[in-house]
Write a protein that binds this ligand. Structure first.
Ligand code: 3HC
Length: 676
């Protein structure tokens, strides 16, 4: 078997190459090979310096995450990086692709770093719920300053090589096409330079107040997460300590975090997201259909947002509306959104014009004849959708994919209004469609394999995380939302307030609770629009024009800055309904809210699995993380249920009178889990 690490001499320079596809993760074989190569460098007098480089698409993308939780094979990464830095002869890191986590730490341990301009550097460990555990918290502040180290390590977003160079993390930029020769030339140039620049020996400069300012600035995004706080603490506590003491503190923090539930949850989601892209019975080499132009029917909020995904990815869009005014309003909103991004510096003005130049507005469905994928995004009405798909059947070219953005309706029924049900599927985007990462791909009974594979590929092109769902009311996400909503309303009847229920969800880590969500989405959504027909609290609110944030009143009152406050009027309405309902009043505890709103979601998830509407429990977790803001550190509802204990969940559900799904009951009885 070929070794993952090979060495080759170029004059007196040792070129050490890693070839461990797909991302050169620093698994045991790579670490052992690198350690041996550094020994070779120092054991041979004819060698003066070394270059560490990687084959394939990237420099080391980090420690091998699949090794976490297993006994560590020697040498561990911390030992290896210290060995590299301690080399008596200079070592140059030659970086392309992404030097992430342990990869960035290897680069930091090298004495010099050269990178191509397209390379990126990052410490994304925080996104896995851990901290850089191979000297990253110690070497980076010494090389690039405390502020830069905090940004990289506590937020986890990578930076381009040029930014890394400005901070001192990169010493030299190479030509895009000649990294290895440039690195070898660099190694020859510095071969005799002494003393060697060792990151661990550099002094650190600390500005007053930098840690508190960073904590304050980022308090919101870090709320609920253990790792960012630990990373800031580690850097703060060790910044003036000798390196050897600092790494001990780093190691203690690393061990604490990696043993914790948050890290397990976040690693689960890392792999779950990648697994979701795989459709069990669709081979990976399925030939894809060519998608060059996309049609979108409906220029409302959803249609506009959906179009932006494609325009931003450079894919031309034909957008159709029935009235000129609605079409103009829709295209105007798209432009306004792009211009707002440009004003924030996220886009260049020419990119705005580039995207808008790909948009073809029209009033005629006939103009969709040249589209390869057509997405219907009109309002939720089966008859309207059937009518549109019947027409599309006659207009669309052979082989075009016909998709509905429905959130609830039966895709098979929609498909049956065409003569080509194999080309029909659901593409359920989440609002705002240009922002939310989730895409539910709804698979009809007759949807062809290549249609599914193409939809998955399109999702990747427009940077969505896609999950396959079967045909059922509300698919995965909205179906699980329903029992939560029903229980939240019952809890109101029994004595809870919207504020208390929302507070429990926010404390759990959700961006908002069910009533805040209703106010944001619009209390009038799905309303029958008859102010005299008052059958629910929502009807009562809608009839009084309390449509949510947009009318500055819903379940809450809102001021001009959309700050919510409890509404005395809503309290009265709830009181009236309580009296009518005859529900037994009691003091509702926060724990009861968790048991009655979140446990039923797990129960519904189990039913979804039982019925085969999701391929795997981890797909359900992905839906909730990327579509509804379930806190990633709790790993999605099914992973969370595993951490609570399925027996506890079943007991809780039974205590409150729910019918428990068979799958959930069986798993609880056998001590099983949803994930792993
Ligand atoms: N360990 C093990 N497997 C990894 C991995 C890693 N660090 N990084 C990626 N992979 C696997 C993926 O699971 C995927 O496997 P699959 O094909 O079987 O699904 C495959 O490599 C390709 O990954 P992507 O689909 O994500 O490929 P992309 O090209 O889209 O992205 C990437 C490449 C940017 C490198 C992305 O994979 C990534 O962000 N990886 C994780 C990077 C990371 O978190 N590094 C830190 C690790 S922790 C660490 O280093 C601790 C240290 O401080 C001690």
């Amino acid at each position: 078997m070929m070794s993952v690490i090979t060495t080759q001499r170029q004059g007196d320079i040792l070129v050490i190459t890693s070839n461990n596809p797909p991302v050169n993760a620093l698994g045991a074989a790579v670490r052992q090979g690198l350690a041996a190569a550094i020994e070779e460098l120092n054991g041979d007098d004819s060698l003066k310096a070394a270059v560490i480089r990687c084959e394939g698409r990237t420099f080391f993308a980090g420690a091998d995450i699949t090794e976490f939780g297993k006994p560590m094979q020697e040498p561990g990464l911390p030992t290896l990086v210290d060995q590299i830095e301690a080399s008596e002869k200079p070592v140059v890191a030659a970086v392309h692709g992404t030097a992430l986590g342990g990869g960035c730490e290897v680069a930091l341990a090298c004495h010099y770093r050269i990178a191509v301009p397209s390379a990126k550097f990052g410490l994304p460990e925080v996104k896995l719920g851990i901290l850089p555990g191979a000297g990253g918290t110690q070497r980076l502040p010494r090389v690039a300053g405390v502020k830069f180290a905090l940004e990289l390590a506590a937020k986890g977003d990578p930076v381009p090589a040029k930014v890394a160079q400005a901070a001192g993390l990169v010493d030299r930029l190479a030509d895009e096409d000649s990294l290895t020769p440039d690195a070898v030339a660099y190694a020859s140039e510095i071969a005799a330079a002494r003393p060697l620049p060792r990151a661990s020996e550099k002094p650190v400069q600390v500005e007053d107040g930098v840690f508190d300012a960073f904590r304050k600035e980022n308090a919101r995004r870090m709320r609920g997460f253990d790792a960012p706080a630990e990373i800031i603490d580690v850097i703060e506590q060790t910044v003036s300590l000798p390196y050897a003491e600092g790494v001990q503190r780093e190691r203690a923090g690393f061990m604490k975090l990696i043993m914790g539930t948050q890290s397990a949850a976040m690693r689960h989601i890392f792999f779950a997201e990648r697994k979701a892209a795989k459709i069990d019975d669709v081979p990976e080499d399925t030939k894809l259909r060519d998608i060059k132009r996309v049609g979108v029917i409906g220029a409302g909020t959803m249609g506009g947002g959906i179009s932006m995904n494609f325009l931003s990815a450079g894919i031309p869009v034909t957008i159709v509306e029935m009235q000129q005014e609605a079409l103009d309003r829709g295209t105007g909103t798209i432009r306004k959104n792009y211009e707002a991004s440009a004003a924030k510096g996220r886009l260049k003005p020419e990119q705005v014009e580039g995207a808008m130049g790909l948009l073809k507005p029209t009033l005629s469905l006939d103009d969709l004849a040249d589209c390869d994928l057509i997405i219907e995004a009109v309002y939720e009405n089966m008859d309207v959708k059937k009518d549109i798909f019947g027409k599309l059947d006659k207009i669309a070219k052979q082989g075009a994919i016909l998709a509905s953005n429905t959130s609830y309706l039966n895709i098979d029924e929609i498909a049956a209004s065409t003569s080509r049900p194999q080309d029909v599927l659901g593409l359920h985007f989440f609002s705002p469609a240009n922002v939310m990462k989730l895409l539910e791909i709804v698979r009809g009974a007759k949807t062809a394999h290549d249609v599914l594979a193409t939809a998955m590929d399109v999702a990747k092109r427009i940077k969505k995380v896609a999950v396959v769902a079967g045909v059922c009311h509300g698919f995965i996400g909205n179906r699980m939302l329903m029992p939560r909503q029903v229980e939240a309303n019952k809890l109101l009847m029994e004595g809870a307030t919207p504020q208390q229920i929302d507070k429990v969800h926010v404390e759990f880590g959700m961006p908002m609770g069910p009533f805040q969500m209703a106010d944001l989405a619009g209390v009038d959504i799905g309303w029958h629009r008859d102010p005299t027909r008052i059958e629910s609290i929502r009807d009562a609110l809608a009839a009084e024009n309390r449509w949510g944030q947009k009318t500055k009143a819903g379940f809450y009152d809102y001021d001009d800055k959309r700050t919510p406050s409890p509404s005395p009027r809503v309290a009265e309405i709830i009181e009236e309904f309580r009296k009518k309902s005859g529900a037994q009043q009691h003091e509702v505890t926060d724990q009861e809210i968790v048991e009655r709103t979140l446990y039923p979601m797990v129960n519904e998830g189990a039913l979804i699995l039982e019925e085969g509407m999701a391929q795997r429990a981890s797909d359900i977790d992905v839906v909730w993380i990327y579509g509804y803001g379930w806190p990633v550190y709790r790993g999605g509802p099914m992973f969370w249920a595993d951490t609570v204990g399925l027996k506890t969940i079943v007991e809780g559900l039974e205590k409150h009178g729910f019918t428990v799904a068979k799958l959930l009951k069986d798993k609880a009885a056998s001590g099983g889990r949803f994930n792993g």
